[in-house]
Design a protein around this ligand. Structure first.
Ligand code: ZN
Ligand code: ZN
Length: 781
């Protein structure tokens, strides 16, 4: 019988996930000949054999993929009959074809898999205790890639030729390490090193010495998959206090790592969705609720780990190096650790360190020891952060494991865009065809190091993807660092710039993630320049492909001192009182840590509009209420702190009857405006709330949810009521608020969507900018 051949192109997540070896095994079992080959951004598969067998093979393929692979499309390229005697030469894996740059997909890094974990802890295995154990199902990808397509020769492992034993695994089709590009072993692979605070190499077994240092309460800088982390023993109060003081980080929660799920369960509630996230190949930090009994018997020093809220950011070991810090190997006298702090290896505001040189320079005075290695990290990837929102995962920081996987759009873009993102929680994006590739979290653009990191990734991402941006998208705010860099790059490349309004970008991102181009979007956040020069941040937008209409907002209030009022919430409260015409006595001000003189300056600034921009932002309303009820700190030490404390307080509310926080809604020329002056009038006298602060904190959440519903109902009435609604912006990281608004809308039968795979905060802005600018409908400026 004549045999046939058919050639297919497979696209999706098809490289760096063990697809070629899997297909090799399947083809061999099915008795098919042919070959498989990595090409730029896809895999080409040639099958030779009986026509029916090939058809059956292709039908079954989607259900037989390796765990981390994803087939987005299978396109048949060619088919034909074979000559007599052809088609029985066996199946081969061909070397990668580098000749045709088409579509590039950069694989994301994968967390330590269960098989490799077992091997690393097995005294009989040749990889026992080896911190760089990987296979087709785990290990670094994006962070070690130097060029595409993904092959060992184009990674930072190229300098480590495989030994005979590893080579045998790499070429054995039945082995888990068949064609696994990042594998290594103690004989042929990278090695760990330990240096003291001065960067001098230390004697002894590096892992054992590092564990001993952790047990003494010292801080160890650990070079992980995507950069340095700072590790400390989470049960040791002195260690935590020292780390907080050295990092100048008094309150922002520390992420912690536990060796296994059982340990996590002793301290935190772990619903099945959270378990799935913790154990996924992406393995993000998952923000979990601490169990009440664990809080009560202070099983960990929660006051030092997470001072503002009864939640804990938890992750499991993401690489064997992390795992080996927990578990003692034979001969190590230091007992196992249950919890280690694993916080970003940076000085406040800077990106995490990548190289040893950076670490030794920038972590000086913070780290006591440096546990490093010679598997170089080419590109930075922080740990991702996820939370359960309405029972499902929502990313708050999109980095290791998720980036740079693409977001697929329902409608293709007209042109290739580089989008620069915003000032805080920055990430950049490249949009082209029907996809947007977001970079890993770059961070806050507050330091020269962060700006360097931004420029590096903004230049590298289009190059990797082999795309030349035809325009650059930036925020409407001209003074953001990201905006300035975007304009400079656009000049250099001689391409136009598109400035996208901040909340329009939030809305477009949330819609795009759910395959939508139009809908109502309620965006609540802390800041974003509006088209009228005021600060927006409580915006109901009706979004269409061609643009948006602003339908509702909060009434503007002066922000005396601008950013200074964000850092010192009492300023905002004084401005709110002045705005509501409420007089406040000196004793009341003293309780806020404010003198009558200071308050008078802020009142004057607000009244005359001197260095007091107007803000509509919902984030600022939460700041003012948090200050009013006594939860806000005098000086905020991390973004959103006042709101985090207010949400935590609301969670402690016990009263059966909730007080009501009054507000007004006024329609003005088609714009619905929510005015909160009555609330600040009502609560001017502390007698109104003292002793019931937590109930009032909950009442504030209820009132903001009601206001949000009023705004959305207004928008729905204008659009005939069938439009989908998306909720986005950093304020919707507030779970209490999101829960109430979503539940209400669902009860009304409204289709409501929240960001899931892209953060609701400014980490998702670049996606929206890319979508808006890529459609090419908006005037270039
Ligand atoms: Zn593995
Ligand atoms: Zn080896």
């Amino acid at each position: 019988m004549r045999k046939v051949m058919r050639i297919f192109d497979l696209t999706g997540i098809v490289q760096g996930v063990g697809l070629r070896p899997t297909i090799y095994g399947l083809a061999a079992r099915a008795g098919l000949s042919g070959w498989i080959q990595n090409r730029s951004g896809r895999v080409r598969l040639r099958l030779e054999g009986d026509s029916q067998a090939i058809g059956e093979f292709m039908r079954q393929l989607p259900g037989r993929l390796p765990p981390n692979a994803r087939l987005d499309a299978v396109v048949e390229r060619e088919s034909g009959e074979l000559a007599e005697g052809e088609g029985s030469g066996g199946f081969r894996i061909l070397p990668s074809d580098l000749s045709e740059p088409v579509e590039v997909v950069i694989p994301a890094d994968l967390s330590l898999c269960a098989d490799c974990r077992r091997e690393v802890l097995d005294p009989a295995n040749r990889r026992c205790g080896y911190p760089f154990t990987t296979c087709t199902r785990c290990g670094p990808r994006y962070t070690v890639v130097e060029a595409m397509p993904y092959d060992r020769a184009r990674t930072t492992l190229s300098g480590f030729p495989l030994c005979a034993a590893c080579g045998a695994e790499y070429t054995d089709p039945s082995d888990r390490r068949f064609h696994a590009e990042s594998i290594a072993c103690p004989r042929c692979g990278p090695q760990v090193t330990l240096c003291d605070a001065d960067g001098v190499a230390m004697q002894g077994n590096p892992l054992r010495e590092a564990r001993a240092a952790l047990a003494r309460g010292e801080t160890v800088a650990v070079r992980g998959i995507g950069g340095f982390l700072l590790a400390a023993w989470a049960s040791n109060r002195d260690a935590l206090q020292r780390l907080r003081a050295r990092k100048h980080r008094p309150h922002k929660p520390f992420a912690v790592m536990a060796p296994d799920l059982a340990t996590v369960r002793c301290v935190c509630e772990v619903p099945p969705e959270a378990e799935a996230l913790l154990t996924s190949p992406e393995a993000p930090i998952v923000i979990l609720d601490v169990r009440p009994e664990a809080l009560r018997d202070a099983r960990l020093p929660f006051d030092l780990l997470t001072p503002d809220s009864p939640t804990l950011g938890v992750m499991l070991p993401t690489s064997p190096l992390h795992l080996l810090l927990f578990a003692p190997l034979a001969g190590d006298p230091v007992p196992p650790f249950e919890w280690l702090v694993m916080t970003s290896g940076n000085r406040g505001g800077e990106p995490i360190c990548l190289t040893d040189r950076e670490a030794h320079a920038r972590l000086q005075g913070i780290a006591d020891l440096y546990l490093s290695h010679n598997r170089e990290i080419n590109l930075r990837a922080d740990d991702s952060v996820a939370v359960l929102q309405r029972g499902g995962a929502q990313l708050w920081r999109r980095a290791r494991g998720y980036a740079p996987n693409a977001v697929t759009l329902a409608q293709p873009l007209q042109r290739c865009v580089l989008a620069l993102g915003a000032e805080l929680k920055n990430a950049v994006a490249v949009g082209y065809a029907d996809r947007v590739v977001l970079s890993p979290h770059v961070g806050d653009l507050e330091t020269p190091e962060a700006l360097d990191g931004l420029e590096q990734v903004a230049r590298a991402l289009p190059l990797f993807l082999e795309r030349r941006p035809q325009c650059v998208a930036v925020d409407l705010h001209p003074d953001m660092h990201a905006t300035r860099l975007g304009r400079r790059l656009a000049d250099e490349w001689a391409v136009p710039v598109v400035a996208v309004q901040h909340h329009h970008a939030h809305a477009a991102a949330a819609l795009a993630e759910h395959g939508l181009e139009s809908g109502l979007a309620l965006v609540m956040d802390g800041t974003g320049l509006g088209t009228d020069g005021a600060i927006w941040g409580a915006e109901l937008l009706a979004v269409a492909p061609a643009g948006y209409t602003r339908l509702a907002t909060f009434a503007p209030v002066p922000l005396p001192g601008g950013d200074a009022a964000v850092r010192q919430p009492a300023r905002q409260l004084v401005a709110r009182w002045a705005d509501a015409g409420v007089g406040v006595d000196a004793a009341r001000l003293a309780r806020l840590g404010v003198s009558e003189k200071e308050a008078e300056v802020w009142r004057q600034q607000s009244a005359r509009g001197i260095h007091a921009p107007l803000t509509h932002a919902a984030g600022r309303l939460f700041d003012a209420f948090s200050a009013l009820l006594g939860f806000a700190p005098e000086a905020v030490t991390y973004e959103g702190q006042s709101a985090v404390r207010l949400e935590a307080a609301a969670g402690r509310a016990t009263g059966l009857t909730l007080p009501r926080v009054p507000f007004d809604c006024v329609e003005n020329n088609g714009l619905l405006v929510v005015d909160w002056r009555k609330a600040f009038e009502r609560l001017a006298d502390p007698g109104a709330f003292v002793g019931r602060e937590c109930e009032w904190a909950l009442a504030v959440h209820v009132a903001v949810a009601e206001a949000a519903m009023g705004m959305i109902d207004f928008g729905l009435s204008k659009s005939g009521g069938t439009t989908p609604v998306v909720l986005s912006g950093g304020v919707f990281m507030n779970r209490l608020l999101t829960d109430r608004v979503v539940a209400r809308l669902e009860r009304q039968g409204v289709r409501v969507l929240i960001p899931r795979r892209v953060p609701p905060n400014d980490g998702g802005i670049a996606l929206g900018q890319a979508v808006v600018a890529g459609r090419g409908l908006i005037e270039c400026v």
